[in-house]
Write a protein that binds this ligand. Structure first.
Ligand SMILES: [Fe+2]
Length: 297
């Protein structure tokens, strides 16, 4: 199923394709620091900007009722600040840092892959300092502050996700050196952005691309179309993805603590070499070795 402007695009593709891949990766834009951060300039946001945040927040809370992992619901508390509207990162960071040592830093848009992963390695999450217009509620070219903060920050308040994201920072830098960023991007994609988790024998959402998408919140759990496959790292590293449509396959971990087991003790260079020896798997394809949670229509 392809999306059009009336259908939410998967927001927040992985570092390699969205958070990374700045137009000119050689130098920061004017006004940005060497690490591409900029002041958030919360005071410069308009009443309309804040109203868009409030609309999206309320709509997405409704859409996610009973669908997101418990830790997401708990983590939403860090976003409930002293006033409505787009969170002031200074105030947000006081809460978030106190939970897991993470902070949110403002960036003007896409940043280079090495810069992105370097931030993750230091428990800093780069977030856009802009918000979509009301005419673009469900379609975005680049992740904005709603995707970045509503989608990612609640789970950065969870210790397992906090440590996993830092590990991805390290792995991202290593993958860049090894010429394997496209493999690591698949892990990022099928976990951080579009991951599902089994919790109390139910399927729940934890991927930021889903939790920040009105349409995919339902589609990922309730549509008969996509495959839902038990997470397998080797399988994921070989699985391509589409960034312009709802997912054809989702990978399911056993609870959020299961994320840490995904990377712990794994030799990624060996995994990348093994993956190169095999053909890629189309995202719509189910293979005989898959442990299926549900096969798509
Ligand atoms: Fe994202």
């Amino acid at each position: 199923m392809f999306k059009d402007v009336s259908d939410p695009t998967p927001l927040g593709a992985p570092a390699a394709e969205r958070h990374g891949a700045a137009k000119d990766p050689t130098c920061p834009p004017p006004g940005a620091a060497a690490d591409w951060t900029v002041p958030q300039r919360w005071d410069a946001l308009s009443a309309e900007d804040h109203a868009v945040w409030d609309f999206l927040f309320a709509r997405q809370q409704d859409a996610l009722a009973g669908r997101a992992v418990r830790a997401f619901e708990e983590g939403l508390e860090v976003l409930r600040l002293s006033r409505p509207g787009v969170p002031d990162f200074d105030e947000l960071n006081e809460r978030l840092f106190g939970r897991t040592g993470w902070t949110v830093v403002a960036v003007p848009g896409l940043v280079p892959d090495d810069v992105f992963f370097e931030h993750l390695r230091h428990r800093r999450f780069p977030a856009g300092n802009f918000i979509r217009k009301r005419s673009q509620l469900d379609y975005l070219e680049e992740p904005d502050v709603f995707h970045d903060v509503f989608g990612h920050v609640p789970l950065l308040a969870n210790p397992a996700v906090a440590d996993f994201m830092q590990a991805l920072g390290e792995l991202g830098l290593q993958a860049l050196e090894a010429g394997a960023l496209h493999r690591l991007a698949r892990l990022y994609w099928y976990t951080v952005e579009f991951g599902l988790a089994r919790e109390d024998d139910c399927l729940k959402i934890y991927g930021a691309g889903i939790v920040s998408s009105f349409g995919e919140s339902r589609f990922s759990l309730e549509s008969p179309e996509p495959n839902r496959i038990a997470f397998d790292l080797e399988r994921v590293l070989r699985t391509a993805y589409r960034s312009d449509a709802f997912q054809k396959s989702y990978f399911v971990i056993d609870g959020l603590p299961g994320l840490l087991k995904v990377t712990e003790g794994r030799d990624f260079e060996a995994l990348y070499r093994a993956a190169e020896a095999d053909a890629d798997i189309d995202p719509a394809t189910v293979s005989p070795a898959d442990r299926l949670v549900a096969v798509g229509a």
